[in-house]
Design a protein. Structure first.
Length: 177
């Protein structure tokens, strides 16, 4: 029985390490004008909502739940004209990778949200892992982009890994006793 419990624990830990769905964050947690290239003075903001942004490496699906101009974030200064995921590092502009229009819900010309799943072309998966993609929302006042947020995959927390390791050692020691 003890060996069965140890085997199950090892399989659970291995399953956690080999995740197929990764959390994706917006750098600094926001879409803002200061991240645009060149930066602008817009007070508009946006950010993750609900389940946020996730990426499934098996199916290349990017699941997006992001709001702008609502939930306490400042509205766009110009009317919404478009949005997308672009290839480019922090401080760089790049080419359009995914148009967000199919998953955009406009509640007003100056605020709304994105909710849905889009397939990320395989050739951009490495760019996502390396922080080389960004979300950009354009408006009539800022045709090249009013607010922007770099997409980053957070590293696992050091304390979480330490806790998992110590828990495993405690479990093994208890099983041997």
């Amino acid at each position: 029985m003890k060996r069965l419990l140890v085997a199950v624990a090892v399989l659970l830990v291995m399953g956690c390490v080999r995740a197929e769905v990764f959390e994706v964050d917006l750098w600094n947690g926001l879409l803002v004008g200061q991240q645009e290239v060149p930066a602008n003075t817009s007070a508009a903001q946006g950010g993750e909502a609900g389940l946020g942004i996730r990426y499934n490496s098996e199916s290349n699906e990017l699941m997006i739940n992001v709001a702008y101009g609502m939930f306490g974030w400042n509205r766009l200064e110009g009317n919404y004209t478009g949005s997308g995921i672009y290839a480019g590092q922090i401080g760089e502009n790049g080419d359009l990778v995914l148009d967000l229009k199919p998953i955009q819900v406009s509640l007003n010309p100056r605020y709304g949200f994105f909710q849905g799943t889009l397939v990320l072309p395989q050739q951009y998966e490495l760019a996502l892992y390396q922080g080389g993609l960004y979300m950009n929302i354009k408006s009539a006042m800022y045709p090249n982009g009013e607010i922007r947020g770099q997409l980053v995959i957070p590293e696992p927390g050091t304390m979480a890994l330490l806790g998992l390791g110590l828990g495993g050692l405690f479990f093994i020691r208890r099983v041997r006793a």
